[in-house]
Design a protein around this ligand. Structure first.
Ligand code: BTN
Length: 250
């Protein structure tokens, strides 16, 4: 991986192969690693996605995890998923400017309407409601994308972007992450929410949201101050804190 400097306090440990960059960073965090440690791997043998899914991790794509130790409540720390998505959107916008980038609730990033990035935010608590640490694990499909997914997936190469190395994408990503993190630390969720909504996929459109046991149909009208999705349904307005969004076929 590159030796190009990351902005303080970020610093990199790059592995050739690891089980999961999130799992390795979790081990290091439990041993006391400080905020800003970034782990990348060229390959993951047990990459993990949200909802217990695996994240297939062939070489060429970016697999990176960022360690944070925010001094806030767990619900507030969940906003770091939106901070991460904005950083990914800006890094792709910088390195692949011909690709149309949007953020998909809660934490995905789309390239020309297809999933190009997934974010797995994991929080470990100490006592009460205060996180000991938060890990933002980010996978960006640079050269290949999985088949047989419940959503349409793509890679930047498949969308016609010039070749981008994982190292170059990681440096751009961490630079943008540092910028959005500072905005969040100084201004709270309001500026993050506003920036995310300006890049939101499906805003104002009919969507379906799959919950654990139910599927909701309605119009995606807003994000609330905690990052929950607000859905206009025939039965009234509904706040959705967790779920998976799918477009409604035209
Ligand atoms: C999702 O399901 O959309 C989230 C995918 C997150 C994948 C990344 S790859 C780097 C980090 N390490 C992991 O094991 N998972 C995350």
């Amino acid at each position: 991986m590159t030796t190009e400097a990351l902005p303080a306090p970020f610093r990199l440990i790059a592995y050739e192969t690891i089980d999961s960059t999130n799992d390795e960073l979790k081990r290091l965090a439990r041993e006391g690693a400080g905020e800003g440690l970034v782990i990348t791997a060229a390959r993951q043998t047990a990459g993990r996605g949200r909802r217990g899914r695996s994240w297939i991790a062939p070489p060429g794509n970016l697999y990176t995890s960022i360690l944070l130790r925010p001094l806030c409540r767990a619900a507030t720390a969940a906003q770091l998923g939106f901070v991460s998505a904005l950083a990914v959107a800006d890094a792709i916008g910088e390195l692949a400017p011909t690709v149309g980038v949007l953020c998909k609730w809660p934490n995905d990033v789309l390239a020309n309407g297809k999933k190009v990035c997934g974010i797995l935010l994991e929080t470990e608590m100490v006592t009460g409601d205060r996180p000991d640490f938060v890990i933002s694990g980010i996978g960006i499909n640079l050269v290949s994308s999985p088949r047989d997914t419940p959503y349409q997936a793509t890679s930047l190469a498949e969308e016609g972007a010039p070749r981008i190395t994982a190292a170059a994408m990681n440096v751009a990503l961490i630079r943008h992450f540092a910028g959005w993190l500072a905005i969040w630390q100084q201004g709270g969720f309001a500026p993050i929410r506003e920036a995310w909504l300006a890049r939101a996929a499906g805003l104002g459109e009919p969507i379906q949201v799959r919950l654990e046991r139910d599927t909701l149909h309605g119009r995606f009208v807003d994000l609330d101050n905690d990052g929950a999705l607000l859905l206009d349904m025939p039965s009234g307005s509904r706040r959705v804190a967790a779920g998976e969004v799918f477009p409604v076929a035209a």
